[in-house]
Ligand binder design. Sequence first.
Ligand SMILES: N[C@@H](CCC[C@H](N)C(=O)O)C(=O)O
Length: 380
Amino acid sequence: MALQNQLLIGNRRATSGFGDCSSFLPGKPSGTRAQRLATRRSLLLWGARANLDASGGFGTDLFTETRAAGGGVKTENRLENVFGSFDGGMVKESKRTLEFVKYQGIGNDFIMVNNLDFSEPIITAAEAVRLCDRHLGIGGDGVIFVMRDGEDYQMRIYNSDGSEPEMCGNGIRCFAKYLADLEQASAPRSYKVLTLAGHMILELREDGQVCVDMGPPILEAPQIPTKLAPQGEVVKAPLDVDGKTWLMTCVSMGNPHAITFGQEGGEGLNVDALPLEQIGPLFEHHEVFPARTNTEFVEVFSRNHLKMRVWERGAGATQACGTGACAVVVAAVKEGRAERRCTVDLPGGPLEIEWRESDNHIYMTGPAKRVFQGTVVLEN
Ligand SMILES: N[C@@H](CCC[C@H](N)C(=O)O)C(=O)O
């Protein structure tokens, strides 16, 4: 039944300080949690009575709201007037809704969820899959949870297939923009963010770009993980996929990447010509990658200009992959194809990557943008 003539009851917080996103980001609730819940309960009861009195019959939906303190999920208790039901009366049903903001980094797009008051993601992996669906949901390559880590922050993420990766390069730039929007902070501003791949340092620059210290690459085969070698680095290792022998270099940026510049005895790749949807899953699920893998196909324009396409673990062919671009530069240096500073072109745009000799860390610089915001029903 359509939600028209709605009465919205409850403590919808409006914070100052998040520009046009202020209506959905949690403010500081006052009173104890018990007091707040009691107030809301009485508001709900009052609202239900008021609306029943006012509506006086068919044609009016009653919509009340309870809300988890400080979080982005709430439960709407709807009393819907169902015309034609067995008693013509009110049917109660409960729907959980989620407030979100959509961000993108060179076309790699994420549903950002304010998870600041909770220590675990407030939606399930299965719900994330539905939200990421481009036809049935909001659409996205993943869902990112903005969480606290003491005075700092923590990022958790679900891929669009519901798996949880350790790290996401484009996502963490979006994370920086989200926090800056939340705090109405102006650049330059830096954040320390804990991920399942360790701490990352994010610098929001005055030109609007975000530079991330992605830490050192991991090159030891068992830690990537890959079975392409029992130990040590994996550089130009042959791997048979789709009847061809590809030369693979493997790098972990906290999450696993397998990079190829072409096939054994072959010429350089023309990445635009690759049947990614066909070959991507064969790499992702190959037995030599026990945790599955992201796969990058790379074309070399010069010693500091590369072009790549990616098949992402858990997300398929995306417009861009930040950790992938970092891994590609490490692989290009290891194979002697490029310098440590490169522009990497991806379908969604370029990233600037530097693998710094002085600290062995990789620095990724690129944009991140807010796209839209909204509220979505989690259950159908
Ligand atoms: N697109 C991301 C990587 C997201 C995680 C990846 N799909 C995985 O499972 O490792 C990026 O920008 O790094």
